[in-house]
Write a protein that binds this ligand. Structure first.
Ligand SMILES: [Mg+2]
Length: 429
């Protein structure tokens, strides 16, 4: 069996995205993703997916060139390649990632996000070549299906008038009744039984009212609220006090480990994060200060599926819970998340996924949620098949773009509706 990589293809695409609101603005009508394909000498093709903004592409291109001639099973070698690929760190160091809402962006985080796309593609190719599912390559699944939560967003009914976009059928959600109606749609369409509301959009009392309305509509079902660090410590503690009886956890109420540690010391409501613990280097201080009780992994941030397993092992060691974070993604990443989540023994919370918001995908068949869960595929590799025509269509959209949509910028999208919009300083409330 010849597992030498002979070709690597990178295809940036633009995917339709509804007008979902967050503390920094609103999703643009199209969002960039990068499809990674790795081909072996015997013609086996593995696929991966990661962020598609230009700064990721700029790293992924030299990375791809370095992979030719390497073995598809040399997953540790991907990190060596990443170190070799020059990073213009002056462009990224210390900048706050305005779109990704993932804490301070560093060259290392960019690099690991690029590695993840290639790691998943290599695992898919290796699995296909060996006739084994990706979960088997990761040591085997410990569950047959992975639970996901309904990812509720405040949203407009449509993007602002005049913006070229695809229509969605979710309607508006800008108050408690709208949020509950959206949650009902999620349960009807996908069977989700836990709910997360993206907050930090309206003043805290309005969001408290929305979570209260959810608790009344879905008594006893797990609820989460995630304002992306928009609140002060005092506001975070007030919200925790008011919603403590109904929250499964509060996600990143305040920004940074120090603020999270202060909040944590003042409440029994568990705190989750995908903002203050996003790299291995950030774990020690956060755990030592008991700043978070649940880490939301994201295989894109953390450098792939095997790093996600390592993170889960560290969390297990320290008695910290683990679940999965999501940014806008397609079916390749949902399949990858599901494989790795199926191998994590200490996964005690349903994972987040934006997938229901994406009406477009690059797969021949969309993945399905049944009872809020995705079944773990036992087919070779990820168990998904890419539709080349769909990839070509979404790539054509990327080619035709004048550049304004190739970088995710929620603030810019908000300024279309509100010309005076300035990305709010944190804490906002
Ligand atoms: Mg979050």
């Amino acid at each position: 069996m010849n597992l030498t990589i002979t070709d690597v293809r990178l295809t940036p695409i633009l995917v339709a995205d509804p007008p979902l609101l967050n503390t920094q603005g609103v999703h643009q009508p199209y969002t960039p993703r990068l499809i990674v394909e790795v081909e072996t000498a015997e013609g086996v093709v593995g696929v991966g997916e990661t962020y598609g903004d230009t700064k990721y592409l700029d790293l992924a291109r030299p990375f791809a060139a370095e992979l030719i001639g390497r073995q598809v099973g040399d997953l540790n070698g991907l990190f060596t390649v990443a170190d070799q690929v020059a990073v213009d760190s002056s462009r990224v160091s210390g900048q706050v990632d305005v779109g990704g809402l993932r804490g301070v962006q560093t060259a290392d985080k960019l690099r690991l996000s690029v590695v993840s796309g290639f790691e998943v593609a290599c695992l898919d190719a290796l699995g296909k070549a060996l006739g084994l599912p990706v979960h088997a390559l990761l040591g085997g699944k410990v569950r047959d299906a992975v639970d996901y939560s309904a990812y509720l967003f405040y949203k407009w009914a449509a993007h602002p008038e005049g913006v070229v976009c695809e229509k969605d059928d979710w309607g508006a959600a800008v108050d408690p009744a709208g949020v509950v109606a959206q949650a009902r749609l999620f349960t009807e369409r996908y069977g989700f039984t836990s709910f997360k509301l993206k907050g930090g959009v309206f003043p805290p009392d309005e969001e408290i009212a929305a979570v209260r309305a959810l608790a009344e509509a879905f008594p006893g079902q797990p609820l989460r609220l995630d304002p992306n660090g928009a609140w002060s410590v005092a506001t975070s503690l007030r919200v925790a006090e008011e919603l403590g009886d109904v929250l499964e956890y509060l996600e990143d109420p305040a920004l940074g480990t120090a603020a999270m540690a202060e909040v944590s010391a003042g409440t029994d409501v568990p705190l989750a994060t995908n903002m203050c613990v996003t790299t291995f280097a950030e774990i020690k201080e956060a755990f030592a200060r008991d700043a978070v009780q649940v880490v939301l992994s994201d295989h894109h941030y953390w450098g792939g599926l095997r790093n996600t397993q390592q993170l889960a092992a560290i969390c297990r060691t320290f008695g910290v819970g683990v679940s999965m974070h999501s940014n806008t993604h397609l079916g390749i990443s949902l399949a990858a998340m599901t494989h790795v989540a199926s191998t994590v023994p200490n996964l005690h919370h349903a994972c987040d996924s934006h997938y229901p918001w994406q009406s477009e995908d690059v797969l021949t068949e969309r993945l399905v949620f049944e009872g809020g869960a995705v079944r773990v595929s036992d087919a070779p590799g990820l168990g998904v098949e890419v539709d080349r025509e769909k990839v070509a269509l979404l790539h054509r959209r990327w080619l035709d773009d004048d550049g304004s949509l190739r970088e995710r910028d929620d603030g810019a999208a908000m300024r279309v509706a509100e010309p005076g919009w300035v990305t709010p300083a944190v804490p906002r409330w």
